[in-house]
Design a protein around this ligand. Structure first.
Ligand code: 1GP
Length: 235
């Protein structure tokens, strides 16, 4: 992963195109020192609301990455693209079906050099992404780590995203995942709503993602940037 475009990322904000954000709030996020703004959501994401959000973020120098979850919302013009493959989905379409369909239809348009696959392990059953993909979230730690190893060593995916969206996850598991990978980057997201939680996550995962708190406590969200930047990964 050395030298790859995602290799240096420690902190990301994730913005949902289906949610309102003011110009002032967007300014605070884009100027915060975060490594990139990720655009993505589990429902209500359209071409129009994705273009609109991208063009607003584009006024800033910060990198902007689209997490592509639907063909309709695959908008050109982002710096980078991450394509989730839901490792623990019980519907195969979310593991590789929809992605294959996208490649069949639009492969000639995909900017491969700025596109990477992202093994997604969804561990909060209440998360919308878990419901949409039918993710098996009632798994043991050993099973979760086996998914991580399969993604890292068998599938050679460059990024494995441990997703607890809406809840703060098991940092022991996240740390063990980061210890076990041979080349993938472990991205953690879910329930980071304070600098303290940001520090815990940043000491366990290569990259941390801050989402929901942006919309309810902007100051706390912005404070996570410095907290992460001052934290070393402690594996
Ligand atoms: C969501 O992992 C991200 O996809 C961030 O989670 O919204 O709970 O911060 P939160």
């Amino acid at each position: 992963m050395d030298g790859a475009w995602y290799a240096g990322w420690r902190h990301l904000f994730k913005l949902d195109p289906d949610r309102e954000i003011s110009d002032e709030a967007l300014d605070a996020l884009c100027m915060s020192g975060t490594d990139a703004i990720m655009v993505g959501g589990s429902s209500g994401v359209t071409f129009d609301n994705t273009v609109e959000l991208m063009s607003r973020i584009r006024r800033y120098a910060v990198d902007c990455v689209l997490e592509v979850t639907s063909l309709e919302a695959a908008v050109p013009g982002f710096d980078y693209y991450l394509v989730p493959l839901v490792l623990n989905a019980d519907k195969p379409e979310w593991l590789i079906g929809r992605q294959t369909e996208a490649v069949r239809e639009f492969g000639h348009l995909i900017p491969w050099e700025i596109t990477a696959g992202e093994g997604y392990l969804i561990l909060n059953g209440e998360a919308t992404a878990a419901k949409v993909s039918g993710a098996r979230t009632d798994i043991t730690e050993d099973e979760a780590l086996a998914y991580v190893q399969a993604a890292d060593r068998l599938m050679r995916l460059p990024v494995v995203y441990i997703e607890y969206s809406g809840a703060f996850g098991d940092m022991t598991l996240v740390k063990r995942a980061a210890q076990t990978v041979s080349q993938a980057r472990i991205v953690y997201g879910g329930g980071i709503d304070s600098p303290e939680r940001a520090v815990q996550a940043a000491s366990s995962a290569h990259t941390v993602v801050v989402g929901n708190i942006i919309y309810s406590d902007l100051d706390a969200a912005v404070a996570t940037v410095q907290a992460v930047k001052e934290t070393n990964l402690a594996l």
